[in-house]
Design a protein around this ligand. Sequence first.
Ligand SMILES: Cc1ncc(C[n+]2csc(CCOP(=O)(O)OP(=O)(O)O)c2C)c(N)n1
Ligand SMILES: [Mg+2]
Length: 579
Amino acid sequence: MRTNLNFFRSGLIVKTLKSLGLEHVCISPGSRNTPVTLAFAHEPGIYKHVIVDERASAFFALGLAKSTGKPVAVVCTSGTAVAELYPAIIEAYNSRIPLIAITADRPPYLRNSGSNQTINQKQIFAANCDHFYDFGLPENSGSSFIDTIKATESIWENSRHQFGGPVHLNLPFEKPLEPSSHDCDIDEETLKDIQTRMSESNGSPFPRDFSKNVNLLVGPETNVLVILGNGNYSEIFLQKCAQLVEKFKIPVCLESPLPLPGSSGYPFIRNFGNLLQSEKFFSLLDIDMIVVFGRNFTSKNMERFFGKWTKGLLNVSVKGEGFGKPAPNKRTIQINDLDAVNSLLNSEETICSKRSAFFDMITKADNEFTHLLSSQFNSVSTASELELVGSLALLLKKEISSSVFFSNSLPVRDFDYLRSLFANPVYISRGASGIDGIISTAAGITAGSGRPSVLVTGDLAFHYDSNSLQILRAKQIPLLIVLINNGGGSIFEYLPVYDESEIFSEFFKTGTGVDFGMVAKAYGLNYKLIENTEQLETGVRSFFESPAPTVFQVKFDSVQSKKTKDTIKAGLISSIRSI
Ligand SMILES: Cc1ncc(C[n+]2csc(CCOP(=O)(O)OP(=O)(O)O)c2C)c(N)n1
Ligand SMILES: [Mg+2]
C-alpha cells in the first residue's frame, strides 16, 4: 500500500485510542501536527473540538475528562504551543484527571540547531506528569508499527489506571507531512499483522493489584472517622463508603464536591468543616483514628483542624503522597481508594458503644447544621456573594442534572460552606487551584455532560480566560456564566496584607476596570446585568427554557459582602443546639 509514513503511523495511534474508548479530542491548528490532525479528522466516531489557543484547548479537554470520566486527547504543534498545555496538565496531574497530550515535534536532529519552532520537548512536563513517551521518527517496519500500538495501549492505560492523570506522547515528524505525499510502501504481510494485533487490543497490558499485603491498622476496637477530601471518586467507592456508615456506624465526612446528580442521597456528613468552627464540637471528637482520602481540602477550617489533631491520622494515597505539613501522628498508606475502603469493611465486625454515641452526636449536629443552612438560605437574595451562591443552590434544584462549576478563590469557598444545599453535580479544580482556564474548563464540562450548565466565577478569573468566550459562541455551548464582579481579587481582603491598604489595591486586588458587559457582547453572547433578586430568578429560568451561552454579571461591594457573610456564619454556628 502506497501511503505517507507519518500519516500511517498517526492513524495507528488514533485507531488504537479509539478501540480503547477514546471519544473526544481537542485539536489546535499547526503545521507539524498535520499527520495526527488529519488522522483524527479521517476517523469517524471521535468528537473533534478545534480550539485555536492550546492553553484553552487543554483546559477544555480537562473539563471533558472531568465530566465524562474518560481520557481525552489534546493535539498541538511543536514549539511554545506545547508549553501552553502545561497549566491544564498540572491541574490534571494534581487532581488525577486522565489527559493524553499528543504533541508534534521536529526531528530530533533539529534540536538545538536554531531551527524554527523547535524547542526541547523531551520530558517538558516531567515534574507534573508521570508518563512521557517519545516514539522517535516513524520507521516502515512491522515491528515498529506493532510497538506503536503497544505503546499507545500503555499510554491509555497509564492515563486511566494506577495513579491516573496526564500522559505526554511526543511525535517527531519529518516532512512530507501531508497524507497525499506518499513516501512509503507497506507490504500486505505487515498490514495483516497490524490488523491481527489491533483486533487483540484490550487496553489492559498491565495487571494492577494493590490489595496484597495491606494492613490498615484499624480494627473493630478502633473508633474511626473517615474524611473524603477533594478527590475524583468512583461511584463504587462511594457506595462502599455508604456501607461503612450503614453497617458499622463509621461517620464518613464528605469534604469534596461530587459530580453526580442527587448526590445528597449518600449518608455522609457534609458540614464537618463548618462544624469545626465550634470549639465544643472539636472537644467532642471522641475518635482514635481519622482516615483521610483525597488530595486536599478547600476549607481553611480543615487545615487548622489537622494542625491541632494529635491522635491517629492515616492518609490513603495511591501515589504515597502525604498531605499538609508532616506530623508525627500522620501516616500515609500507598494503596488505591477502593482497596482501602474494602480493607476497612473487612476489618469491621462489631460496633463498639463508644462509636455509636459518637456517630449519633456527629449525625445530629450535621443534620441540624444543614437545617439551619436551609432556613437561612430559603429565598433568593443577592445581598452578599454567599447569599448569591445559596440562591443558585435553590434555583438549580429544579435542574438537578445540570452541572455547576465553581471557580477558585471565593466562589469555591462559598460553595464549600454551602455544600449540603447543592443537589446538582458539582465540579471544582483544586488540583493546583489556578484561576486560569476557568471558562474553558467549564465549557468542556458542559460539552461533556451534554446538559446546560452553570459556571460561578470571580471577575479576575473571568478576565484571565475571556478569550475562551469564543469557544462558547463557536460551539453554542449552553453555559450560564454567573460573573461575581467584586472589583478584583477580593479573597486577598481576607489576608493580613489587606491592612497595608496603600499598596493593597495596586498589588493585590488588581481590579481590571474592564466593562464585562461589552466583552460578553463582543463575543456575541447573551448578557444581563443582574441588579435584583427578581432578575436573577427570571434570568435563570429563561436560561434553562432556551439554553444558550450567557453571561450574568452581579456586582458586589466586597467589604460589605464579607461583613454580611461573617455575620451569617457567626449567627449559624451559635444557633446550634445539639452540641
Ligand atoms: C493562575 C493563577 N494566578 C494567580 C493566582 C492567585 N490568586 C488566587 S485567587 C486570586 C484572585 C481571584 O480574583 P477573582 O477571580 O475576582 O475572585 P475573588 O477573589 O474576587 O473571589 C488570585 C490572583 C492563582 N490562583 N492562579
Ligand atoms: Mg473578584
